[in-house]
Design a binder for this molecule. Structure first.
Ligand SMILES: Nc1ncnc2c1ncn2[C@@H]1O[C@H](COP(=O)(O)OP(=O)(O)OP(=O)(O)O)[C@@H](O)[C@H]1O
Length: 288
């Protein structure tokens, strides 16, 4: 019986203009052994609808071709199913693919799919919405929110968004955190929850995180002085932010973040979808 293999391509991810040639796919996946289907996303969340349709069409492997946002949309539909997720990194940061050591080189990445090297990874949820790489409430969410308004999706756009956010970010929010039997109040600069050891572009707030350890790695950073903010940024670039005493790390399987002043929290989930994810109470869980 032929393997039913579907590719869902986000044409605007990364540098944009992403395409897959049928000829190239046929060379890897001959018609005699595979029934290949290629679908293109046309709008935000389209990958989700296409993945659901592919499952109904009997796909056994669905390949997300894009960045962490595309992977999130496709993989969300595959959790707790027997359908296998494939990844062709075509995004900007490609954090999850990099953590999984999936090369950006198309042919090498296709070889991994062809060899059907399958592994199981942990899945996090925030208010029941799955995430696979990371999510956050705080500075990262505001950077992503600014980034979403950019027309280009490249490293320079992230740098611009980070700079703009640094200038305007304020710390009015007070939130209550509940985890591991502890409750604390914090006015956060950063509350970053990660399953993966990479955010993209080889950068990481949680280099020690593992996709298979059954734990979420959380970085908690309170409001910082301007001097400490610059220091934090410099240290982060060299993965040395743990040198600052204000930076705390936790490993956990459940976390609750509650906005105490009734402010709606801005949330980023796998580097996108900020507008879908505003809430006053966020419940995070890890499903190993
Ligand atoms: N045709 C389209 N037009 C506009 N947006 C789209 C289209 N297809 C998909 N999208 C949206 O593009 C967004 C970005 O996708 P993705 O995260 O995969 O790329 P990226 O941001 O460049 O990469 P990374 O997340 O690795 O940095 C997703 O939120 C997705 O819903």
């Amino acid at each position: 019986m032929k393997t039913n293999l579907h590719f869902i391509v986000n044409p605007i991810a990364g540098k944009g203009r992403n395409e897959l040639s049928t000829d190239m796919l046929e060379a890897f996946f001959p018609n005699s052994e595979y029934a290949v289907s290629i679908k293109k996303t046309e709008f935000v969340l389209h990958a989700k609808a296409l993945a659901k349709a592919s499952i109904e069409e009997g796909a056994q492997i669905i390949v997300a071709c894009g960045g962490d946002g595309t992977i999130n949309e496709v993989a969300s539909c595959l959790v707790n199913t027997s359908v296998v997720l494939g990844i062709l990194p075509m995004g900007s940061g490609n954090g999850l693919a990099s953590n999984l050591r999936i090369p950006k080189n198309l042919k090498k990445a296709l070889n991994i799919i062809k060899n059907q090297k399958v592994m199981t990874i942990d899945t996090g949820t925030v208010n029941n919405e799955p995430f696979f790489s990371n999510t956050g409430v705080g500075f990262d969410a505001h950077v992503i929110s600014d980034f979403e308004e950019n027309t280009t999706r490249q490293l320079f756009s992230y740098v611009q968004s980070t700079w703009r956010t640094l200038k305007k970010y304020n710390y009015k929010n007070v939130v209550e955190l509940k985890y591991n039997g502890t409750t604390e109040l914090i006015s956060p600069f950063l509350l970053f929850v990660s399953n993966s050891n990479e955010m993209g572009y080889k950068m990481s707030l949680t280099p020690q995180a593992s996709l298979q350890d059954g734990l979420l790695d959380v970085v908690i950073v309170p409001k910082l002085s301007r001097f400490k903010l610059v220091l934090f940024t410099m240290l982060f670039l060299f993965k040395k932010h743990h040198w600052l005493k204000e930076v705390r790390f936790q490993q956990l399987t459940a976390l609750e973040i509650k906005s105490l002043d009734n402010t709606i929290l801005k949330v980023q989930c796998d580097g996108g979808s900020v507008t879908q994810q505003y809430s006053k109470l966020l419940k995070y869980f890890l499903k190993a």
